[in-house]
Design a protein around this ligand. Structure first.
Ligand SMILES: [Zn+2]
Length: 68
C-alpha cells in the first residue's frame, strides 16, 4: 500500500497532480491534500477527483495514471 497526495495548486494545464509519498516531486505539506493509502494510483485518482475537477497522475511516480 502507498500513501497518495494531490497537489493543492494546479499546474499550468489546470491539473492537480497526484503523487505517491515517495515521489521526489511530492509537494510540501502546505500545498497538498492526503488522499489515503491505496494499492493502486487509480484508486487515489478517484479520491482526488472528489477534491478537484481536473486531476492527473504524476509522470514519475504514477505513470499508470499519467495521461499523455
Ligand atoms: Zn510524483
Amino acid at each position: 500500500m502507498t500513501n497518495y497526495y494531490v497537489k493543492s495548486e494546479a499546474n499550468d494545464r489546470g491539473d492537480h497532480v497526484v503523487h505517491s509519498e515517495e515521489c521526489q516531486f511530492l509537494p510540501n505539506e502546505d500545498n497538498r491534500k492526503a488522499l489515503g493509502d491505496y494499492a493502486k494510483c487509480e484508486t487515489a485518482m478517484d479520491y482526488a477527483k472528489d477534491e478537484f475537477d481536473q486531476v492527473e497522475g504524476c509522470q514519475t511516480c504514477c505513470p499508470d495514471c499519467h495521461d499523455g
